[in-house]
Design a protein around this ligand. Structure first.
Ligand code: 5GP
Length: 115
C-alpha cells in the first residue's frame, strides 16, 4: 500500500488545519466535515487499516491516538455533551483513505445504529 494523502499532510506537502501534534500523532480538521467538529487523528507511522494493527507492536501509538482524542475533545468543549469516535475499515466499512485514522466528531447528536 503506497503513500496516502495523509502522509503528504504529515510531511506538510499539502495543507491541513492542524489542531494537535506530538511525535507520534497528528490531528487535523476533516475537509468534508460531517459534524460541527470533525477531526481526523492519525498515527505518524503508516498503518493502513484496523486489519493491519498488531496489538503488541502498535500498543503505544494506539494509546497515543486515544490520549489525543481526549485532549482534543477537551479543547473543543465536547466532553460534557459527548462525542463520537469512528474508525472505518475496508470498502463496506466506508474507508476512503488507507492510513489508520480516528474520526472524532461532536457538536451535534448522532443517531444509532450508524448508517
Ligand atoms: P475514511 O472514509 O477513510 O474513514 O475517512 C477519510 C476522511 O478523510 C474523509 O472524511 C475525508 O473527508 C477526509 N479527507 C480526504 N482527503 C482529505 C484531505 O486532503 N484533507 C483533509 N483534511 N481531509 C481529507
Amino acid at each position: 500500500m503506497g503513500e496516502t494523502i495523509f502522509t503528504k499532510i504529515i510531511k506538510r506537502e499539502i495543507p491541513a488545519d492542524i489542531v494537535y501534534e506530538t511525535d507520534s500523532v497528528l490531528a487535523f480538521r476533516d475537509i468534508r466535515p460531517q459534524a460541527p467538529t470533525h477531526i481526523l487523528i492519525i498515527p505518524k507511522i503508516e498503518i493502513p487499516a484496523v486489519t493491519d494493527i498488531k496489538g503488541k507492536e502498535h500498543a503505544s501509538v494506539l494509546a497515543d491516538l486515544f490520549d489525543a482524542a481526549n485532549e482534543i475533545a477537551k479543547k473543543e468543549n465536547l466532553v460534557e455533551k459527548g462525542f463520537r469516535i469512528v474508525i472505518n475499515c475496508g470498502p463496506d466499512g466506508g474507508q476512503e483513505v488507507y492510513h489508520l485514522h480516528l474520526h472524532l466528531m461532536g457538536g451535534r447528536k448522532f443517531s444509532w445504529p450508524a448508517g
